[in-house]
Ligand binder design. Sequence first.
Ligand code: ATP
Ligand code: MG
Length: 261
Amino acid sequence: MTMIRLRNIWKAYDKQQVLRNLNLDVDKEETMVILGRSGAGKSVTLRLIMGLEEPDQGEVEVDGFMVSKMSQEERFDKIKHVGMLFQGAALFDSLTVGENAAFFLTQHPDLTTHKWLSKKEIDDHVQHALELVGLAGTGAKMPSDLSGGMRRRAALARLIAYRPTIILYDEPTAGLDPVTAMTINELIRNTQNELKATSVVVTHDLRSALEVGDRIAFHHDGRIIQVASRDKFFEIDDPNVKAFLDNTVLPERIVNGRNHA
Ligand SMILES: Nc1ncnc2c1ncn2[C@@H]1O[C@H](COP(=O)(O)OP(=O)(O)OP(=O)(O)O)[C@@H](O)[C@H]1O
Ligand SMILES: [Mg+2]
């Protein structure tokens, strides 16, 4: 079953044509990675799925809702179960880590029961989310007391606490050292298992793509030019994909059979 369907999407800013006839289908409960160079239009694509922006042409369908034809109000009502980890993963600096994680729950009723949670229930959700990201016991800390990797995990906890069933990640590992990046990739996989979510992960980090993705979509020149399962990605016969791979160095054990001679 298709959860997210992008059809013939065109999007320009002023004179710059960013998306040109972009198409993408994401299946229920899969993790789709969108891989592409900086400036390719990956964040714009996520903002369209999230309903934060509208395409100039084309259709965006999320969980059966044609979000590109809805008013902003209707969109926020119908696709509340879509959560996004924004690029840079900004936390609310004046709130504690725990208050950050509780934020959506204090603003919206529960996604499944449609009832407002009690303070105790919110606390439980927050504790669970913090445990899941390895930040148990840091609820009272301020974001400024955390390292960059911890802040990224706290932002992930804020997302998980809300239990969205469609999760969009914008560059979740950017700017992190390889070890911390690896823990974030693991968290993305754990979150996927725990929430049975449909996920889209935008990245220009090939290693992260291979670790979290069921399928990888290659974004180039305003379109998705190739989609392949993780195992088949290196077999894609496309000059643009090859050029991208040739400029990326990966440790041997992940490359799995690809020869870097
Ligand atoms: N709100 C906006 N107003 C004007 N131009 C924009 C806007 N948002 C994006 N753009 C332009 O669209 C292009 C694609 O931007 P986008 O942020 O989607 O790239 P990206 O693939 O996410 O890159 P990165 O990997 O660096 O995050 C860029 O040239 C950017 O300057
Ligand atoms: Mg971006």
